[in-house]
Design a protein around this ligand. Structure first.
Ligand code: PEP
Length: 254
């Protein structure tokens, strides 16, 4: 069966020293373990090394994820980070295709597909985001829109171990707005994502891929999403910035 996952996306919050304090706080909150839940923390790039050291020093029960990557190995790509640089400092996961990167930085499905391939070639687990705008949702086209994103983002991928490829369904209108999708809204799209994955990769692989819900998830509502058949966890923004609220989300679904 699929192991649940709670991943925290700190976005562009927490300086290096603040990040170390937050990671230490989270290690303390979760010192009794996370049961059968995979926990991932995704700090800004400059905090990764510091959080990696906290994980090692405290034997913290969470993994380290980056928020972005570039697909080339090295070279003249100013400002970018290569997959090998992430593995070198202990990152095991990486968010790709977040709607903020698609929206503010013009990332395309083709870019996201290349990033997924580069990460997987380095053994890093992509947490690949998809999701529709309010406009698309109001036009009733959300399922079709997300299915097309999934097909484009996964084109040509080889998924040998489905536990090492993660999708996050994040309706854009629910991110950071306090406006959540209902658990049924999430299931409708996550179910369609799994069906699409089955068509592309076969049912067995599709059944092993975790699909997270993201969008104003918090301790009070996270369990409701995870009761749904095709929702295997949460990608958490705002509520991951406080050790107690993020840990509470883990404990609620453990
Ligand atoms: C996110 O941006 O990944 C996210 C889910 O943010 P929030 O939880 O703040 O809506």
């Amino acid at each position: 069966m699929r192991k649940r996952m709670i991943a925290g996306n700190w976005k562009m919050n927490e300086t290096y020293s603040e990040g170390v304090v937050l990671a230490r706080g989270l290690a303390k909150e979760l010192e009794a373990g996370t049961g059968d839940v995979d926990v991932v923390v995704c700090p800004p790039a400059v905090d990764l090394k510091g959080v990696s050291e906290v994980i090692e020093q405290e034997s913290a029960p969470f993994a380290l994820g980056a928020q972005n990557v570039y697909w080339e190995e090295k070279g003249a790509f100013t400002g970018e980070t290569a997959p090998g640089m992430l593995t070198n400092i202990g990152a095991t996961h990486c968010i790709i295709g977040h709607s903020e990167r698609r929206g503010y930085f013009g990332e395309t499905d083709e870019d996201i597909n290349k990033k997924a391939k580069a990460l997987m070639a380095h053994g890093i687990v992509p947490i690949s985001c998809c999701g529709e705008s309010l406009e698309v949702r109001e036009a009733g086209m959300h399922v079709e829109f997300v299915v097309e994103q999934i097909k484009a983002d996964t084109a040509g991928l080889t998924i040998d171990d489905p536990s090492r490829y993660v999708i996050a369904y994040e309706p854009i209108w629910a991110i950071g707005t306090g406006k959540t999708a209902t658990a049924d809204d999430a299931q409708e799209v996550c179910g369609a994502i799994r069906k699409t994955l089955a068509e592309v990769f076969g049912q067995e692989t599709a059944d092993g891929i975790r699909i997270l819900y993201g969008g104003s998830a918090k301790p009070e509502n996270v369990a409701g999403f995870l009761e749904k058949e095709d929702v295997d966890g949460a990608l958490v923004g705002g509520a991951s910035l406080k050790a107690d609220s993020f840990a509470a989300m883990v404990k609620v679904v453990m």
